[in-house]
Design a protein around this ligand. Structure first.
Ligand code: FMN
Length: 211
């Protein structure tokens, strides 16, 4: 699916004083008449909880210049940081945060939220405000994540083929249906190859940090 190289958007939403937003690759126009748009939101995201309670969502179509915005909304979580303290924004319809400088986007009223048993819910919206300038070159998945890192590397041979050894106690990580790991706060693995040493830390939220 990475070969389809989808365009990236940032979905934001609000319910009263709570705000949230995340980078989204799963999205599409879902109706022509009446207009409809659909986004798929992971149940593991902070954004999900706010989306459930919200009445409106904004979809910001990212351009090639928006890599930093994509990193902010795609790698940080509202569970721990206030992304909206890091970017300029204004209140749109129903208080939905609209990112300043967004030249292409829409705000929509939430029409339906379907949990079909997958790890994402499908949210359809009825656009109430749409803005766009000239045609633009979208920021695509390939510019956000290297397919080599995210797909090919995992399909390849194991690290032991490269003489990398994992030190420390073996650990098994279990993920709850919510996407949160169970049983420990963080799991830390130390990889050693010759004199090189890297730590891989898997957080409770399933996020992986390498240092
Ligand atoms: C390339 C890329 C595509 C993503 N696509 C989606 C998506 O379609 N739906 C979704 O809910 N999360 C998607 N995410 C994950 C969220 O953007 C990411 O986990 C974010 O940090 C969640 O923030 P939150 O916990 O504040 O909601 C994507 C992340 C990346 C890097």
């Amino acid at each position: 699916m990475a070969s389809a190289d989808p365009a990236m958007v940032v979905v934001t939403t609000a319910n009263g004083d709570e705000r949230s937003g995340c980078l989204v690759g799963f999205h599409a126009q879902s109706s022509i008449a009446p207009h409809g748009y659909a986004v798929w939101i992971s149940k593991a995201n902070h954004t999900y909880g706010v989306v459930v309670r919200a009445t409106h969502l904004a979809v910001h179509f990212l351009t090639e210049d928006d890599a930093e915005l994509a990193a902010t909304f795609g790698t940080l979580t509202g569970d721990r940081v206030d992304k909206f303290a890091r970017v300029a924004w204004r209140r749109g319809p129903a208080g939905v945060p609209i990112l300043n400088g967004s030249d292409h986007g829409l705000v929509g009223r939430k029409v339906s939220l379907l949990d079909d048993g997958g790890d994402h819910v499908i949210v359809t919206i009825d656009p109430v405000e749409v803005w766009s300038r000239e045609p633009f070159t979208p920021l695509r998945l390939s510019a956000v994540e290297s397919p080599i890192d995210t797909f090919e590397r995992w399909r390849g041979d194991g690290p032991s083929d490269l003489d990398v050894v994992v030190t420390g106690m073996p650990r098994q990580i279990s993920f709850a249906p919510s996407g949160v790991t169970t049983g420990f706060a963080n799991a830390t693995y130390t990889l050693v190859r010759g004199s090189a040493r890297k730590q891989v830390i898997v957080s409770r939220y399933g996020r992986v940090r390498i240092q």
